[in-house]
Ligand binder design. Structure first.
Ligand code: N2P
Length: 357
């Protein structure tokens, strides 16, 4: 009986061990029922679908792509933890916020190959020193798109120009609290990172006065509307502008000289990540110059990958609108990670404007 008992114990122990190592395997390689997968959480229209297919063919990893349209929406989803994303693409200030909320895993630097392709200016940034958590993906600015069928070239140079009476129902805005509050602040020559409630309220009141000119506040559809000549003006990000321009030669992009936002979107590993082999395969795939160049050509945003940039046509890589020089970059402002109270105020004021509109 005693022998039988010990046999049972040994069998149970072996089963336990097997179960445990299967679990371990799942954590490291996550076969997910034999299928290798990568759960990618990205902005809409922010990766060439052909590249995803190429990655899947090369690695046998199936990519599940889910998209978001604002940093704030992405943060909430990651915080809720309902979906285990393996990689996400937040901007600068949001990387800091995710990190301080303990929602990111540090990178295993020894598994990352090709970081030397990234330009120095994009590494070791204040929002992530030594790139402990993030790998640069794209970067860009916020600015004004105008259609020369309706706006005289040179007539729109400053944020304040958007308020001109003649543009009634002619302005489209990209739906992003920080960016809309941001350009209203910049139009008042205030910091886009202000934490002064009175300054913020003044910017909000000014936005209310823009309402008669605002035709719509929209997401990625903004590119389609502008390409179809549906509005004279739009406030949007540089790469969206470049995509629109490639579809409609009447469109142009201006970054107001009194100030605008400069942003950096980086790949990070959310805490809930599971598929580590796939994660590093994907990071290394995207760091390859030929892949980063193909992606930049498709999405229209500026690549921080210098080896990839060299492969782009001269007219693209020398285009100062989409690759501003360091001098211009100095006049631009990177968003700071503000306190939850401040973020709340920015959002409330923005929602008030949206509601009245
Ligand atoms: C792409 C959105 C670009 C992200 N649709 C701007 N940070």
């Amino acid at each position: 009986m005693k022998r039988l008992m010990s046999l049972v114990i040994v069998i149970l122990a072996v089963c336990g061990l097997l179960g445990f190592s299967a679990n371990q395997l799942q954590q490291n390689d996550a076969p997910d029922g034999g299928k290798k997968v990568l759960n990618l959480y990205n902005w809409g229209d922010y990766i060439d679908p052909a590249l995803i297919q190429k990655f899947e063919r090369q690695t046998g990893v199936h990519v599940n792509l889910e998209t978001f349209d604002s940093n704030e929406a992405m943060f909430t989803k990651i915080q809720q933890g309902g979906t285990s994303y393996d990689l996400a693409v937040p901007s600068d200030y949001m990387i800091e916020k995710l990190r301080s909320a303990h929602l990111l895993l540090p990178l295993n630097q020894s598994r990352v190959h090709g970081l030397s392709n990234i330009g120095h200016a994009f590494l070791n940034q204040p929002f992530d020193r030594n790139n402990r958590y993030s790998i640069p993906y794209f970067w860009g600015t916020l600015g004004i798109v105008y259609n020369d069928k309706m706006v005289k070239p040179g007539a729109v140079q400053h944020w304040n120009d958007l308020w001109a009476k003649k543009y009634r129902n002619q302005v489209m805005l990209v739906d992003s609290a920080r960016d809309v509050m941001g350009f209203a602040l910049a139009s008042n020559h205030a910091s886009m990172n202000t934490t002064d409630p009175a300054t913020l309220r003044a910017a909000q009141r000014k936005l209310e006065r823009l309402s008669p000119n605002v035709l719509a506040i929209v997401g990625d559809e903004i590119k389609m509307y502008m390409a179809q000549n549906s509005a004279a003006l739009a406030v949007d990000w540089s790469g969206d502008a470049s995509e629109m321009i490639s579809n409609n030669a009447h469109l142009h992009y201006v970054v107001p000289s009194e100030g605008s936002n400069l942003w950096f979107d980086n790949l990070v590993i959310p805490k809930t990540a599971k598929h580590f082999d796939a994660i590093y395969q994907f990071l290394n795939f995207m760091l390859k110059p030929e892949n980063a160049a193909q992606n930049a050509t498709y999405v229209g945003y500026a690549t921080p990958n210098m080896a990839a940039k060299k492969r782009l046509p001269k007219r693209v890589r020398n285009d100062r609108q989409f690759y501003p020089d360091t001098q211009t970059m100095k006049h631009l402002q990177v968003y700071k990670n503000l306190s939850p109270n401040m973020v709340g105020l920015y959002n409330d004021l923005y929602l008030e404007f949206k509601m009245h509109h």
